[in-house]
Ligand binder design. Structure first.
Ligand SMILES: [Zn+2]
Length: 241
């Protein structure tokens, strides 16, 4: 391999950086978008379990209502039975006692009837809430599936883009010494996809710290890679390439 000057290597690295920046952005989206959609799914599942809770509560109330209706019927039969016994009673005292007993049964009966009415209301309300929530969930599911499809399409598209960029990248790295490339790539991973930074107005454009004049001189010599003292990225001067 012919010797490539440091200046030319930096030039290549700057070009490579443009591609790597894109790859970095794409990969970030490839990681984050599916995570976002997973969160939407969790929220959707949470609402579905919420609906299940409502349905279970409704069932409990329906069972309770049926029980109360059985109680009511028993109470009615009891009242009929006691009414039937009235005519067989001999004394006034017995008769009065029976009437009191019947009154007490009737009072019990009306308590049960009231409870049944309340349960009917509660069951109606629960039914309405469940219907509404079901409709909401149908809409939510549609939205979720649309978002999911969007993300899946995006992922496919991004993977394709990364593949193309990776190929482009492979053709570019040939001119860069393996040592410089290794350093560059190490910084790339550690510094969120940005390893090559120009000095602008005397500052590193990666971390915005001042670059001393001495360092600027070293960069201008182009005999080795020069790093920012503060963020450790590779510095270059745009006009000098
Ligand atoms: Zn810096």
């Amino acid at each position: 391999m012919p010797e490539v000057s440091v200046r030319d290597q930096i030039k290549r690295l700057v070009e490579l950086q443009k591609i790597d920046e894109e790859i970095y952005e794409h990969k970030k989206n490839l990681k984050e978008k599916p995570e976002e959609i997973a969160l939407v799914k969790v929220e959707f599942e949470r609402r579905k379990s919420g609906l299940q809770v409502l349905e279970d509560q409704l069932k409990t109330k329906q069972v309770e209502r049926k029980g109360k209706e059985v109680d009511l019927q028993a109470k009615e039969e009891d009242i009929l039975k006691h009414n039937g016994q009235l005519s067989q009673l001999k004394t006034n005292k017995e008769y009065k006692a029976k009437l009191t007993e019947i009154e007490s049964l009737k009072a019990d009966k009306s308590i049960i009837e009231e409870k049944i009415l309340i349960l009917f209301d509660e069951i109606d309300n629960a039914d309405t809430s469940i219907q509404k929530e079901k409709e909401n969930l149908v809409e939510e599911e549609k939205k979720y599936l649309a978002q999911k499809k969007e993300v899946e399409d995006m992922v496919k598209d991004l993977e394709e883009k990364v593949k193309v960029l990776d190929n482009k990248r492979k053709q570019m790295v040939g001119d860069i010494s393996s040592e410089s490339l290794a350093r560059y790539e190490r910084i790339l991973v550690g510094k969120e996809g940005l390893a090559m930074v120009p000095v602008a107005n005397g500052s590193c454009s990666g971390c915005y710290m001042n670059v001393p004049a001495q360092k600027v001189n070293e960069i201008q010599k182009h005999d080795q890679l020069i790093y920012c003292e503060s963020c450790a990225r590779i510095l270059y001067i745009e006009e000098e390439l």
